[in-house]
Design a protein around this ligand. Structure first.
Ligand code: AFP
Length: 296
């Protein structure tokens, strides 16, 4: 058995980077424990004008506090905070996070996650510069899906709270699952063509409303997760920095691809930490298909 710490050491990851990854991953234990007493809405809205649920604000405050205390982090940017918080300009790494992704599903006890990305230097860099990307999935088992730029590994938390390697060198197969956000009546014609083509070819619809959970099944079985531009929302709903980049980085490291329909979202230099982007992420063939449709 290989623990996440052993994996990071064997991968030659710098000590501080390794410590930050482990530190965030360990917070799965208190976060999971907090679900039971944080079921409702927080009564506040985030920078994207979305209602925050109690677990959004709880996990955001919790992880931010842990990172601040570590002394290892230069800055943190969170989907649940308006601005980037700088801790120490002498520290090397900055963390971006969606502390509780899919939080509206807590009240119905479906899978949710925590997404993280780590940059060497400041926050506003293109996703291709990520030094590490990961997500924790709070399913029947707590798993950590991680890339430090040398492929993708999945770890499962054991009864002692230790992440043990479950699968290394994960590769996205060319499967046929698909899940798309946005109301069908609001989709733009090119997205409708893309989804209709998948359905005609026998694709199976799997969409829960949690990006982490929906992407995880695409990672394992193949297919595509999409949150397209919709009428009136030409940049879709997902955030480039907190959602599209870490998950897109993992997809590419697993042999898949990520795109806004035109080109890779990992090349975009963010101008604003809360900027949104259309997202297509998954098997390479699926992403080639949407880019072909969008180019005509
Ligand atoms: P948050 O719970 O972090 O706000 O994320 C929800 C989300 O950004 C993503 O996880 C889902 O895939 C997507 O929104 C669901 O959106 P719809 O409710 O519009 O399907």
């Amino acid at each position: 058995m290989t623990t996440v710490q052993e994996y990071l050491k064997n991968s030659g990851v710098y000590e501080d980077l390794s410590k930050i990854i482990s530190l965030v991953a360990e917070q799965a234990v208190p976060i999971r424990a907090a679900f039971i007493s944080n079921q409702g809405y927080a009564g506040s809205v985030n920078a994207s004008e979305e209602q925050q649920v109690a677990m959004d604000t709880w996990s955001d405050a919790h992880i931010t506090r842990v990172l601040a205390k570590s002394g290892l982090v230069r800055a943190v940017a969170s989907e649940e905070q308006d601005d980037i918080t700088t801790f120490s300009t002498s520290a090397r790494y900055s963390v971006v996070m969606d502390p509780l992704d899919g939080s509206s599903l807590i009240a119905v006890n479906l899978c949710v996650g925590t997404i993280g990305g780590i940059y060497d230097g400041d926050v506003l860099q293109p996703g291709k510069n990520l030094k590490a990307a990961f997500y924790i999935l709070y399913g029947p088992v707590t798993t950590l899906t991680l890339s430090v730029g040398r492929g993708v590994a999945i770890f499962a938390m054991d009864a002692d709270g230790v992440y043990q390697l479950q699968q290394d060198n994960v590769q996205i197969p060319e499967g046929n699952l698909y899940g798309s956000g946005g109301l069908r009546t609001e989709w733009l014609p090119k997205h409708t063509i893309f989804i209709t083509d998948i359905e005609t070819a026998g694709g199976k619809n799997r969409y829960s409303g949690s990006f982490v959970a929906d992407f995880h099944q695409v990672l394992k079985y193949g297919g595509v997760y999409a949150y397209p531009p919709t009428k009136g929302l030409e940049n879709g709903k997902l955030r480039l920095v907190f959602e599209a980049n870490p998950i897109g980085f993992l997809a590419v490291q697993a042999g898949g691809a990520v795109s806004n329909g035109i080109s890779s979202t990992l090349a975009i230099v963010p101008s604003n930490v809360h900027q949104k982007t259309p997202v297509y992420v998954g098997s390479r063939g699926m992403i080639e298909a949407i880019e072909k449709i969008c180019s005509t």
